[in-house]
Design a protein around this ligand. Structure first.
Ligand code: NAG
Ligand code: NAG
Length: 325
């Protein structure tokens, strides 16, 4: 083969590879634009009048934001969280939010600590408390955010809360949903952008989030024939008590629970959403980055970003603790 032909082949190869990547990125871009502008709204028309939404981890942050937004869209609510006082307070807030939107809703609260009781009976017990209701939506929001303190107890709670409920509670609730003949249902699960690649500094956290992601992707296909939409949320930073972040701290990357709830509930059939337009943009570019740079370099960058975030976490959580004193 002459050198000329060799170079010619190389040129075509580079061209072909470049073309495939360009197609891929255009596809991501198309998906992102679709989500931002053309998502399907979560409404009682779609999922059933007088039906119920079950929200776990519903007294703070995104879970609370979603509960209030679902209430104002006319869904009755089952709220599940640790503390009964907080649950009752959110139930009242939800009823007020509904009233403001000209709707009237019912609420039911269940005090349950997902880190504490992992028994089969406990999960069946939750189902017993809701099996008389027409459940159309499950929001698997309960989750454990990365903590500065790295004790065994923290690792245990993180693994338990991020992995058990998404499988066990989903199984209980799906058995109720599949009985709703001819009506659509929706499961919303929470993962994280930390699931997009292994994340040094957040190793156990990012691993549990991949667990969530794989599980949900698989059930999305299993449940397609049962008229169940499955939506995954991979938010970046949301200003919640758990992350210890205030919106003011890092305006470009942090969104509010309310913004996140609106984003989520506008994407019923998108399959996945990042919760806010800002997070769509950062996620889009980080996916391109993953394609472009060698994986070792990517880990090194993730590691140094991880360390910086870690330091900010420490600072913010310390500041919060001092404020509480
Ligand atoms: C939830 O389900 C969607 C739908 O396929 C999936 O893409 C996503 O990864 C799941 N999210 C979580 C947190 O499991
Ligand atoms: C879908 O989610 C994105 C964020 O991921 C959000 O910006 C957008 O507003 C949502 N779409 C709709 C129609 O609400």
């Amino acid at each position: 083969m002459g050198l000329c032909c060799y170079l010619g082949c190389l040129e075509s190869l580079v061209f072909a590879v470049g073309f495939v990547f360009l197609l891929r990125w255009t596809y991501f871009l198309f998906n992102t634009i679709y989500r931002i502008y053309f998502g399907t709204q979560v409404t009682t028309e779609r999922y059933g009048k007088d039906s119920w939404a079950v929200v776990t981890g519903s007294t703070d942050g995104i879970g609370k934001g979603l509960a209030l937004e679902l209430a104002s869209r006319g869904f009755n609510l089952v709220l599940i969280s640790r503390t009964i006082e907080k649950l009752n307070a959110v139930a009242i807030e939800a009823q007020e939010a509904a009233k403001k939107a000209g709707k009237s809703i019912h609420t039911r609260v269940i005090a349950f600590d997902f880190s504490d009781d992992t028994s089969v009976q406990a999960y069946q017990g939750i189902k017993d408390k809701i099996k008389d209701l027409d459940i159309s939506i499950l929001v698997n929001n309960v989750g454990y955010t990365h903590q500065v303190d790295r004790s065994t107890k923290i690792f245990f709670d993180e693994t338990t809360v991020n992995c058990y409920p998404i499988v066990l509670l989903t199984q209980q609730v799906v058995s109720l949903m599949t009985g709703r003949k001819g009506k659509k249902s929706l499961i919303i699960n929470f993962s994280s952008q930390a699931a997009l690649s292994p994340t040094p500094g957040f190793s156990s956290y990012s691993a549990t989030k991949v667990f969530d992601w794989y599980f949900s992707n698989a059930i999305a296909h299993e449940l397609r024939r049962n008229d169940v939409d499955v939506l995954s949320v991979l938010p970046g930073m949301v200003a919640t008590p758990l992350t210890g972040r205030k919106v003011a701290d890092i305006k470009e990357v942090v969104i509010t629970p309310k913004q996140c709830a609106d984003g989520v509930l506008g994407n019923a059939t998108s399959g996945m959403t990042h919760g806010g337009a800002a997070h769509e943009v950062t996620a889009y570019f980080s996916r391109i980055l993953v394609d472009l740079i060698p994986i070792n370099l990517f880990y090194r960058m993730a590691d140094s970003i991880g360390k910086q975030l870690q330091q900010q976490f420490v600072k913010l959580q310390k500041a919060d603790k001092q404020k509480q004193k």
